[in-house]
Write a protein that binds this ligand. Structure first.
Ligand SMILES: *Cc1c(COP(=O)(O)O)cnc(C)c1O
Length: 344
């Protein structure tokens, strides 16, 4: 496993030695009783760092988004999101399954919603309408290639949405990457949104876990939804201990992943037949159509030589490479050589 260069996702990062030590030594208790000191500490720190009243530790980002959407909606309402949103394409219809809501999508080339488009999709309550309850924004946007919301767009969406008495949830699975890219602390990015979900388990390197932050009231409600979903873990401090290190120490190194992504993109752009979207963060989307090969075919041939890069869709010609802690510069350099050798 260790000889492979794995650029499929930043979820493949393994816990650092410091995380493993912290996990072994973690003080624990029963978190369903609220008695795990390490979980409590992680939830307090997350709330502080995001400038919110409270936070909830959840096993996965999918559960975090599911809980947040449930907090802000009632059955039979609508949620507006981008057409390639993670909540729509990668979370098994949890918005419908758990919250009983429809998603109404907006197509955008960069995954970034704008208020003037949202405005035209809003549905007021009426004899024929399921009313809109929630706007969901993804920052960074995964399938659009790690794109970052400009802060003024977030501000405008939140101001207008709140003016109508509706809520905004941010799927901030990679919000720390957004923070590095736009140069603003996460509490600025999170200031106006009603809730943020972010992952400890991606670029931040924790083995598992995500957080939902929001008001005290929202998080209290979220705690009961977490239990309903089977997410009431007991001595979860073992995981939260790694999460604390992920939260407090790992954001400072994310810029390395962004530099490596730019290196990867620049190198791939010089290979004939490849069309590369310049990355804003740690996700590089590139099209292999010009090589005459399909993406799954190239993916398979790379794998034979120890480099894992997933196609975005099957069949199709787009691929997606994600840089992270366990794929340092040398690994990215080697990946470029292997890509060259597979194509020529
Ligand atoms: C990874 C991810 C999630 C959550 O994923 P889990 O695998 O459930 O932790 C949510 N949203 C986005 C944009 C993601 O990339």
């Amino acid at each position: 496993m260790n000889d492979l260069i794995d650029l499929r996702s930043d979820t493949v990062t393994r816990p650092t030695p410091a995380m493993r030590r912290a996990m072994a030594e973690a003080e624990v208790g029963d978190d369903v009783y609220g008695e795990d000191p390490t979980v409590n500490c992680l939830e307090r720190r997350a709330a502080e760092i995001f400038g919110k009243e409270a936070a909830l530790f959840v096993p996965t980002g999918t559960m975090g988004n599911t809980i947040a959407i449930k907090i802000h909606t009632h059955h039979g309402q609508e949620v507006i999101c981008d057409a390639r949103a993670h909540i729509l394409d990668w979370e098994l219809s949890m918005t419908a399954w758990f919250s009983g809501c429809l998603v109404r999508t907006i197509e955008s080339p960069d995954g970034i919603l704008r208020w003037d488009r949202i405005r035209r999709c809003l549905r007021p309550a009426g004899p024929n309408n399921a009313p809109t309850a929630l706007i969901e924004i993804e920052n960074t946007h995964n399938m659009a290639g790690g794109t970052v919301y400009p802060i003024e767009i977030i501000r405008e969406i939140c101001a207008e949405t709140h003016h109508l008495g509706l809520k905004v949830h941010m799927d901030g699975a990679r919000v720390f990457n957004a923070s590095v890219a736009c140069g603003l602390p996460v509490h600025e990015i999170a200031r106006d949104v009603d809730s943020v979900m972010f992952c400890l388990s991606k670029g931040l390197g924790a083995p598992a876990g995500s957080m939902v932050v929001g008001t005290k009231e929202a998080i209290a409600l979220g705690r009961s939804y977490r239990k309903r979903l089977g997410g009431g873990m007991r001595q979860a401090g073992v995981l939260a201990a790694a999460g604390l290190i992920a939260l407090q120490e790992m954001p400072a190194r994310l810029h390395e992943d962004h530099t490596n992504a730019r290196f990867l993109a620049d190198s791939l752009a010089s290979i004939s037949g490849l069309n590369v979207t310049p990355p804003q963060t740690n996700i590089v989307i590139f099209d292999v159509g010009g090589t005459g090969h399909a993406a799954p075919d190239i993916s398979r041939r790379l794998k034979e030589r120890g480099v894992l890069i997933n196609p975005v869709n099957t069949p199709g010609t787009t691929m997606r490479a994600v840089t992270h802690y366990d794929a340092p510069r040398a690994a990215c350099e080697h990946a470029v050589e292997v890509i060259l050798s597979v194509l020529h």
